[in-house]
Write a protein that binds this ligand. Structure first.
Ligand SMILES: [Zn+2]
Ligand SMILES: [Zn+2]
Length: 307
């Protein structure tokens, strides 16, 4: 392996009182911050146009979210049933989104059509605007289950982007103390999706704690460190980064199940965004896949990158 390996994670101690299990998304600036981060990454990553498109998408997500009014919620008894049975209330297999997500998508596409995009991206926005609702519903339903094969590759980021807005809004309307850990502690307790990355927080009471980040609903949930988020093994865990690249991002690998999860150390780099920096650190994914490791979620938006 060409990267740096760390046999044991540095600074692995968690401090103080037990941290809150769940941190629900702060929808006021989630996507605005991500947009800024994609702009920063575009200055050092290739193709720059792709990172700029993703910054425009995140800005459009921010605007759509600002205009989204409260979404209808399931009944209190449904939420209580989920809590008691350790089920994720907004798992795509249990919960059907209402058509508000299609309005979010229209808003995102309107916003993108006003931006100065590449010819390919403009063409993808036009194609997306012409699709009928049944196709969009079918593709949206596939994407939230992690299935991308039937979907127009360049249109998929817009659909996924709209679904992220919708699910983050839903999650933000929950009460954190009524959410229980799932039997699979590596899965999002709100929507059941696997994490896109883990973050080691730097601020106040959370300092040194690891929170996993949901790619769909942007909920964060606590998981102790030096533990595989997929199979829960605490043995055979190692950490890798690439020489000459951002050392604040490391991959936590598991020898037992051969998966890995990227960890982002905010104390070393406060600007890291779990989704933007996942896309921006795909060189680490290339290195790990060459070594036979795999991850549970695709690298964020990479399926839409120009070949
Ligand atoms: Zn989630
Ligand atoms: Zn494992």
């Amino acid at each position: 392996m060409s990267g740096n390996s760390y046999p044991l994670e540095p600074q692995a101690v968690e401090f103080g009182a037990p941290p809150p299990f769940v941190r629900l998304p702060d929808v006021s600036n989630l996507f605005a911050k991500r947009s800024e981060r994609f702009v920063q990454l575009a200055s050092t990553r290739q193709p720059a146009g792709f990172f700029l498109l993703l910054s425009h998408l995140a800005k459009a997500q921010h605007r759509a979210l600002e205009e989204l009014t409260s979404l209808p919620m399931p009944t209190a008894s449904y939420l209580e049933y989920c809590r008691e049975n350790r089920l994720a209330p907004f798992a795509p297999d249990m919960f059907k989104p209402d058509t508000a997500w299609l309005s979010v998508l229209s808003r995102v596409l309107d916003e993108l059509s006003r931006q100065d995009l590449t010819a390919d991206a403009s063409s993808a926005v036009r194609r997306a605007r012409q699709l009928d609702r049944a196709v969009l519903q079918a593709w949206g339903s596939a994407i939230v289950r992690g299935i991308y094969e039937p979907v127009d590759r360049q249109v998929a980021p817009f659909i996924f982007g709209a679904l992220q807005v919708y699910w983050a809004k839903l999650a933000s309307q929950l009460e954190a103390e009524k959410i229980s850990r799932l039997n699979a502690p590596g899965d999002c307790p709100v929507c059941g999706c696997p994490p896109v990355a883990g973050r080691i927080l730097a601020e106040g009471q959370f300092r040194g704690n690891r929170y996993l980040w949901c790619n769909l609903c942007a909920t964060q949930w606590h998981l102790v460190r030096i533990k595989c988020s997929n199979c829960e093994s605490t043995e055979g865990i190692a950490y890798y980064s690439i020489e000459g690249q951002n050392q604040a991002i490391k991959a936590e690998t598991c020898e037992k199940c051969k998966t890995y999860l990227k960890l982002m150390y905010l104390e070393q780099d406060v600007n890291l965004d779990p989704v933007a920096d996942d896309t921006g650190s795909y060189a680490l994914d290339l290195m790990l896949s060459e070594q036979g490791y795999h991850r549970r979620t695709p690298v964020s938006f990479l399926f839409a990158a120009p070949e």
